[in-house]
Design a protein around this ligand. Structure first.
Ligand code: AMP
Length: 188
């Protein structure tokens, strides 16, 4: 039985984060907290909150920090998280979100932040070769730019508190997953 993990997973759009998160959830049995999924569910339900979120999302913009931080704090407070651990996917996306997360859980409340590193030119090629509803060129570029400008500072911030590991995300899903589990298991 794999140990309970409390992880943050970073990776730019097209880095294979979705695939790897699914595999990690299967292995570690953690609660998958994907802020993108939570927001898309709210949009699908047509709540007022969902309508507001949709305006940001469809333009390829980030939802404001104070909004998403509240959503994540609420989810982290549920009992399944304490029991099974968590895998945060798509959050934090700014340094303010990262600091709020650590302020909420404490330094010891997070095992590791893992950055699945795939170079920009590689993800551009990957995204160009697929056909997804949220892949219109302008929104893709905005998300990639936001990742560099806003999310990379959050990634680096985890480095300053000694919680960051980098994993090479170029290669087959199986290879990348093996690299991930090796670093995660060796840090637990
Ligand atoms: P994702 O599926 O993680 O790419 O999220 C889809 C969209 O939801 C993003 O492009 C953002 O508009 C919004 N979103 C998801 N997570 C966050 C977050 N942590 N902060 C701000 N906006 C977010």
């Amino acid at each position: 039985m794999a140990r309970r993990v409390r992880l943050v997973i970073f990776g730019r759009q097209g880095a294979g984060k979705g695939t790897q998160c699914a595999l990690l959830i299967e292995r570690y049995g953690a609660v998958h907290i994907s802020t993108g999924d939570i927001l898309r569910a709210a949009v699908a339900e047509g709540t007022e909150f969902g309508r507001q979120a949709d305006a940001y999302m469809s333009a390829g913009n980030l939802v404001p920090d104070e909004v998403i931080i509240g959503v994540v704090q609420e989810r982290l407070a549920k009992p399944d998280v304490a029991e099974r651990g968590f895998l945060l996917d798509g959050f934090p996306r700014t340094e303010a979100q990262a600091q709020a997360l650590v302020a909420t859980l404490g330094n010891a409340g997070i095992d590791l932040a893992v950055n699945i590193e795939v170079p920009l030119e590689v993800v551009r090629d990957r995204i160009a070769g697929r056909n997804r509803a949220d892949d219109n060129a302008e929104a893709v570029e905005r998300r990639l730019q936001d990742y560099e400008d806003k999310t990379m500072p959050a990634v680096r911030w985890f480095g300053t508190i000694g919680k960051l590991v980098e994993v090479d995300g170029v290669g087959s899903d199986t290879d990348v997953f093996a690299r991930l589990t090796e670093v995660i298991d060796s840090h637990l």
